[in-house]
Write a protein of this length. Structure first.
Length: 59
């Protein structure tokens, strides 16, 4: 089963971005996230949507 929710360090690895950049994207609303207890998680689909958004902006 594929992971549905990723941690910030996992998102950093997938997108090859730094910690501050990932949190800035979350804060700005460009990257969807949810809070589970005290932890922040990013749905896998949100990463795909973010990449699609970047591709549209570049076109």
């Amino acid at each position: 089963m594929e992971q549905q929710l990723l941690t910030v360090p996992e998102v950093m690895t997938v997108l090859r971005l730094g910690r501050c950049t990932v949190y800035d994207l979350i804060r700005s609303g460009r990257l969807e996230s949810i809070k589970v207890g005290r932890s922040r998680r990013v749905p896998a689909a949100a990463i795909d949507a973010f990449v699609c958004q970047l591709r549209e902006e570049a076109a």
